[in-house]
Ligand binder design. Structure first.
Ligand code: ATP
Ligand code: MG
Ligand code: MG
Ligand code: MG
Length: 439
């Protein structure tokens, strides 16, 4: 992408309305635009990051055996009357009427709808286990939308729903998602700790929130420090192995970790003082087992091996990709701007042309831009007619992991400068060496 032809509306001044660094940087870097309180447009740079996060989430869901579908954002109120949640959900639900005066709503979550799909098609235990997920916009009329996309009203959620014959099966389904979540957050470069959590309006009795420690987080959390050094489950983890996954979950729940609602002061006090972490955190994911809470009232039953009809055991599993964009910035930034992890960065490499119009500089930049793009790198080329200082600032602000800085002075000696955004190390190398650095 040539910046001269891109849409990157960078703001010079720090927007006053933004209270936390991720919100400030997302506005300054031209990633999002607020359209109403808690409702945002995603501009090109922001959308690239959001899509990259969704891609990692999707890959790990698929690896764990979940199957992608896409359910609508608008749902019928009648469906929610079947579970009893239409009235129970309260003011966070945006209720709508269509032209025929039918009551509809903008989905805040999809337990009812996915249960309706399941009961329409699945009739036998032989078709279980099943886990269906989608990545779709949700709406919750939050009392206090704030911190940009961290707490939006319209936000993107990956929500998965598991169906099993019995509690033991559902436990394994839960362990699959638990393990997939550990892998997902680690791949995003985040240390997310699973913490015992309250189940809230979703209901059920087994639940973990995945929390990223951050001073700007809205949750108060308590955990053992050693979790920060636990190893992530490997990519070749066998998701069909019941004891294998139970072992992973047992390890990751062996030490104290709880959100404020589930906090037990005495158990926490028993941890050696130097290992106690009492901090604020961001909820980036939340998983639940809730048994037959929806399947029983909604008639989602299958015939078991003995021919008897039984309601299926369900769980649901949420991740917020749009909130994760902000959480990644909270975890990765410096005075200059955003520092993206390599896999999530909107572009892999930025080529900075310090003197557009100079034939040698333009030629070298072109060679780098085209050569590295041909190798499959996501390239951004700053070919704008602007001062070098402005180009350095832009590349740092938007956080591209590698910068190749090309100017007539360096080229006279056959060199370009390679800069790593994280850490800021710089190195003078030949054009060929710069090309060879990225295989
Ligand atoms: P919170 O406690 O922050 O209000 P929640 O517990 O209501 O979140 P869940 O119902 O557990 O949220 O939804 C699953 C995931 O969706 C959350 O873990 C979070 O990553 C994301 N999420 C929930 N609400 C929002 C929001 N208002 N804006 C952005 N992401 C959200
Ligand atoms: Mg909430
Ligand atoms: Mg919560
Ligand atoms: Mg939650």
């Amino acid at each position: 992408m040539r910046l001269s032809r891109y849409f990157l509306p960078i703001l010079r001044d720090t927007p006053k309305e933004a209270e936390i660094v991720s919100h400030r940087l997302m506005l300054r870097a031209g990633m999002i635009r607020q359209q109403s309180a808690g409702i945002y447009s995603w501009l090109p740079l922001g959308l690239r990051v959001l899509n990259k996060i969704s891609a990692v989430v999707r890959e790990e869901q698929n690896r764990a055996g979940a199957i992608e579908i896409l359910m609508p954002t608008i749902q019928s109120a009648d469906l929610w009357r079947e579970s009893g949640r239409y009235d129970a959900y309260g003011k966070e639900m945006l209720r709508i009427k269509d032209r025929h005066d039918r009551e509809m709503l903008y989905g805040p979550t999809n337990e009812e709808m996915v249960t309706e799909i399941f009961r329409s098609y699945v009739k036998s235990y032989k078709d279980l286990p099943l886990n269906l997920y989608h990545i779709q916009w949700k709406f919750r009329d939050e009392v206090r939308p704030r911190f940009g996309v961290m707490r939006g009203r319209e936000f993107l959620m990956k929500d998965a729903y598991s169906f099993d014959l019995d509690q033991a099966g559902a436990r394994h389904a839960y362990n699959r998602m638990f393990t997939a979540y550990l892998r997902t957050f680690a791949r995003l470069g985040l240390k997310a700790i699973p913490m015992r959590a309250d189940t809230g309006p979703i209901g059920g009795d087994l639940s973990h929130e995945f929390i990223v420690l951050a001073s700007t987080g809205e949750s108060e959390v308590f955990c053992h420090k050693d979790y920060l050094d636990f190893a992530t489950p490997a990519a070749d983890t066998d998701f069909d192995s019941v004891p294998g996954l139970q072992g992973i979950v047992d390890k990751w729940t062996s030490l104290y970790a709880a959100t404020e609602e589930m906090h037990e002061k005495d158990a926490f006090a028993a941890i050696p003082a130097e290992s106690q972490v009492s901090a604020r955190g961001i909820e980036v994911g939340h998983i639940f087992y809730f048994g037959t809470k929806y399947s029983a009232p909604m008639g989602a039953t299958v015939t078991g091996p003995d021919g008897q009809l039984v309601p299926v055991h369900m769980g649901s599993y949420g991740i917020g990709p749009s909130r994760l964009v902000a959480a990644l910035i909270e975890a990765g930034h410096d005075e200059g701007g955003i520092v993206w992890p390599d896999e999530i960065a909107p572009f892999d490499i930025a080529v900075l042309n310090l003197k557009t119009g100079d034939a040698a500089t333009d030629g070298a930049c072109d060679q780098l831009y085209k050569g590295l793009a041909a190798k499959g790198y996501d390239m951004v080329y700053d070919d704008r007619d602007e001062r070098p200082g402005g180009k350095f600032a832009t590349a740092d602000l938007i956080g591209i992991p590698w910068q190749i800085i090309v100017g007539p002075k360096g080229l006279a000696e056959g060199k370009v400068e390679l800069k790593r955004r994280a850490g800021g190390e710089r190195e003078l190398v030949s054009l060929e060496a710069a090309l060879a650095r990225f295989p």
